[in-house]
Design a protein around this ligand. Structure first.
Ligand SMILES: [Fe+2]
Length: 173
């Protein structure tokens, strides 16, 4: 007897993300962001998947690795006060906020090795998305400045094994 597991909303989202990640490079980050936008607000999206936080820093949990190695999908869990470094990306990326609220700040490079300076700040609430190309001048930081944990779902265009070296171009901690 073959038992077929019912497809979850997460399965459907990952199919949509996979399809979008195969689209032409110029539209890929926006297409993946749109795929996330249709699902990321669903409170049951990660039902049954443990995504614990870490007291010391924001932490990621692998949700899906593309079998072809083109991308991976992770959940990032942010306790109040936890934030990313100021960074750009070596790869395209898209994210959607699942729970809580994140503050996304954008920066321009400082002249002559100075610290980057802030150019804009946006609140990203549950259901909101953001995306960007691989571009050393698209510089941002995500931070949980709220009072409750936040969880965001991110897609990056490299295999998960390369996340440590090939995702973030860090400008400042
Ligand atoms: Fe980023």
């Amino acid at each position: 007897m073959i038992i077929t597991k019912p497809r979850t909303n997460l399965d459907v989202m990952l199919d949509r993300v996979t399809q979008a990640a195969r689209s032409p490079e110029a539209i890929r980050p926006a297409a993946v962001g749109e795929a996330l936008a249709d699902f990321v607000h669903d409170p049951q999206l990660l039902a049954g998947i443990a995504c614990p936080c870490c007291p010391d820093r924001y932490i990621r949990h692998l949700l899906h690795a593309d079998p072809e190695g083109g991308f991976a999908v992770v959940a990032l869990v942010w306790r109040p006060g936890q934030m990313s470094p100021i960074h750009a990306h070596h790869t395209w990326c898209a994210l959607g906020v699942h729970r809580g609220t994140l503050t996304e700040s954008f920066y321009q490079r400082g002249a002559d090795g100075q610290e980057p300076t802030t150019t804009a700040t946006c609140l990203r609430r549950a259901g909101d998305i953001s995306h960007g190309a691989a571009d050393p001048d698209v510089i941002h930081r995500l931070a949980n400045l709220g009072g409750t944990n936040a969880l965001s779902i991110h897609v990056y265009g490299v295999p998960y094994e390369r996340f440590g070296s090939d995702v973030n171009l860090v400008y400042s901690a």
